[in-house]
Design a protein around this ligand. Sequence first.
Ligand code: G6P
Length: 611
Amino acid sequence: MCGIVGYIGDKNAYPILINGLKRLEYRGYDSSGISLLNSSLNCYKKKGKVSELEAFVEGKDISGTIGIGHTRWATHGEPSDVNAHPHTSMNGIFTIIHNGIIENYSHLKERLILRGYSFKSETDTEVLANLIEFIYSYGKVNAEIAVRLALTKVIGAYGLVVICNEEPDKLIAARKSSPLVLGIGDGEYFVASDATPIIEFTDRVIYLNNEDVAIIKKDELILKTIQNNKLEPKIEKLDLDLSEIEKGGYDHFMLKEIFEQPRSIQDTFRGRIATDFSSIHLGGLFSVEEKLIAAKRIIIIGCGTSWHAGLIGEYLLEDVARIPVEVEYASEFRYRKPLIFKDDIVIAISQSGETADTLSAIQLAKEKGATVLGICNVVGSSISRETHAGVYTHAGPEIGVASTKAFTAQVTVLTMMALFLGYKRGHIAAGRYAELIKELSEIPTKIEKILTQNDKFLHIAKKYKDSTNFLYLGRGYSFPVALEGALKLKEISYIHAEGYPAAEMKHGPIALIDKNMPVVVIATRDDSYEKIVSNIQEVKARKGSVIAIVTEGEEAISGMADYTLAIPHTDQKLMALLSVVPLQLIAYHMAVLRGCHVDQPRNLAKSVTVE
Ligand code: G6P
């Protein structure tokens, strides 16, 4: 959730670090800081966005060819200058940046206080800095040993980079449950929490594994475990283009990512659906294909938007493949003592592949002997490595905190899985299978058509931007879309919104409806169309304002609704891929009109690596 960047080489570190922090800002943005090493160590930290740090360092000494930078999303201690990273140990020997949480930090802190240590901040990271210094000074060991020994004493998660003043030729990096990647340049190394700050310098990278420690000099890299076992670095080629992580002319990453969906969905099914639409090939599931076809139960786990995609997965897999499915919030699944059997298939859905709750739930499912699959967007992420098999969504980097293209890519993967299993299990005939695959292949063109109506979505946003509450209603496949639409609005515009199954409205939310309550109804043509029309009438009878998403040619609703937005027709099993797009755009425009920070909404983080 926080962002890490480090550099060691011959170049000036400052521009590399500050630009890296700007690229990482989507991960966390309540404060940031940098430390630069030259004859002494200069550390600058500032509450707020990276631009505030940049203004703060103007005119100050920013020289140095070794440095570390951090952008923070507060866990321990409120956002403030003093709680911002880097943190320096009491005697100034060690400076560190850290992602993750040291769970036993209060116990360690008490013991360090007994040894005479004092603390400036409320953070767990400062405890770690002092622990390393204590081991270094009292144990009379070198910096590497001090870091490794300290890490054997901590419980929790870390991705960290350490500078030792007394060994100024190196950075020491280590990870456990919080990603770190090393970039290899020519006589220089980069380290970061994801590849975005280093892509413009090198495409040769090493992903650290849990409990790996890297001792990085400008012309030497030593990789070992925290138990001091030497490791052979595995160099990989980064498959990421700089243009993919830039705004490319759009005002916000979120808007760019919404408009990328025709292409990203195509990238998700490219090479996986036959050109004659006769078959689906999911290479990542090949090793578990037989188990999947014979599955008695599937459990889908995820958080946030990924959980909403999981709900659509449930509807698809039960409808098309006739396999019982349960969908769980990863956080609840982990702690509620669920029944998990050896022949269960667990599917973990995660854009980042780093969400702590999802990772822990995967661990539990694996311990119970289930087969665990991943649907991840970030290649090489922890979840993709922890699962037995899986399917990448290939949507490209998603930078906007509110997930858009990752959601439609996840639903595309789940659709392919459901169709494949439905066919293999004999629940859909070859003709229908081909028909649905063809329909899926046409989704990108249909989304393009929806995107051409952007002005209409802007118009709706202008009309309703001052509303304080919103209700989103849908039935069947449209219910998870209602949840996702409400989440998008909440996340970026800070308007309270709730998603409900339309039929449940009469069991509670109907009490809220009056002339001030806009209700977004997903009323596309499906099996429950007539019922949802009745729900619209129920809202209108109570003077609610209705914005209806309808299928082209089904515009009879326009006589009832205040606004109708028509989207192209597709099979109801695929409709979520289309109906979510107007909701993403309405939320986007609403947030912009309200002056909200669309790509970095308050209090949220793109990748939640704490429980
Ligand atoms: C955070 C993000 C959401 C995302 C959720 C799950 O809350 O702000 O956009 O849906 O985490 O993330 P994941 O990477 O596991 O899909």
